[in-house]
Design a protein. Structure first.
Length: 318
């Protein structure tokens, strides 16, 4: 049953691609001179940001899909800088993910509180959310952050669930994966970078400078000086490679699966033979199931690494 649902979702997700391919074929028959014109691209629009979003349509003439143009706002001028704050497809997905994240966790919290008031353990949905929260808290965040790690539990749990919802939204029909946008993953990484560094400043105090300037105390001055000149830039670069690694890892893993799925589906239109359609669809369905696992895995890895980085920078204070 799950396989049938996943296959149906996959077929819905490629409906716009089928429409574009059919339109291109008709145009080629009417105008042979246009054979060398640009071929339709249904991979890039799916994985890139844009000013239009796909919504369901009950019209077969529109192939069950239609596009809605998002509003265009006047740019904001700050001195010589011009900022375009108009909503885009990925911005809409981020807002939807945030709303779903809040609704899910608040509903589970209310249910858990109601169960605790009656003296009974939570059941069903609330029990599943509680199990996930307790596992991430007790097995990932607290062991890696270390002393007084409770204060970082809300931030790390928020990262996990927010990234998870953004990842999963890209796997449903008419959805888009906001985490396949490097700007989104870079923003999450930069936010995590500030949390990590501020945590180090608060834990180490003046000793925070030691995380920037390497100065070994068990060596003579003439040995310290050259080592400091070499290792200080290395330590400084290391601070910035961590958020870069966080951003690129999440971005690359989420965009790769979608490219593979769409590339497999495009085989049908490349050869123009519907007889081979079952094979790419079966392969794409298998990749889609793997992508569901990857959506959870990448949210878990991001949360894990942020916890590890916070624990590393605070370690020398205890």
């Amino acid at each position: 049953m799950r396989f049938a649902r996943l296959a149906f979702a996959l077929m819905l997700s490629i409906v716009p691609a089928v429409s574009q391919a059919q339109g291109a074929a008709a145009a080629a028959q009417k105008a042979p001179a246009a054979e060398n014109a640009a071929q339709p691209d249904f991979i890039t629009p799916h994985i890139s940001d844009g000013s239009k979003i796909d919504v369901p349509s009950f019209s077969l003439k529109e192939n069950l899909t239609r596009e809605i143009e998002l509003p265009k706002w006047a740019p904001v001028h700050i001195g010589p800088i011009t900022l375009d704050l108009s909503p885009t497809k990925h911005v809409v997905m981020i807002l939807i993910a945030a709303i779903l994240c809040m609704a899910t966790l608040m509903t589970a919290a209310v249910s858990q509180a109601r169960s605790a008031a009656t003296g009974r353990p939570p059941t069903g949905f609330a029990n599943a959310i509680e199990a996930m929260v307790l596992y991430i808290r007790n097995e990932v965040i607290l062991p890696n952050v270390g002393h007084q790690g409770e204060k970082f539990v809300p931030f790390c749990l928020t990262l996990f669930f927010f990234i998870l919802f953004m990842n999963v939204l890209g796997l449903i029909p008419y959805g888009a994966t906001a985490t396949s946008n490097i700007s989104v993953t870079a923003t999450l990484a930069i936010l995590s970078f500030f949390v990590i560094e501020i945590a180090g400043m608060r834990a180490l105090g003046v000793g925070y400078i030691k995380t920037i300037i390497y100065w070994p105390h068990d060596m003579g001055f003439w040995v310290k000086a050259p080592i400091t000149l070499i290792m200080t830039p290395v330590d400084l670069i290391g601070k910035f490679t961590k958020p870069i690694a966080l951003a690129i890892r999440l971005f690359a893993n989420m965009i790769a699966g979608h490219v593979v799925i769409l590339a497999l589906i495009s085989i049908i239109f490349t050869f123009g033979l519907w007889t081979i359609a079952p094979f790419p669809i079966l392969a794409a369905t298998g990749i889609m199931m793997l992508e569901l696992f990857v959506a959870f895995l990448q949210a878990f890895v991001f949360c894990l690494l942020v916890s590890v980085f916070i624990g590393q920078i605070r370690e020398s204070a205890h």
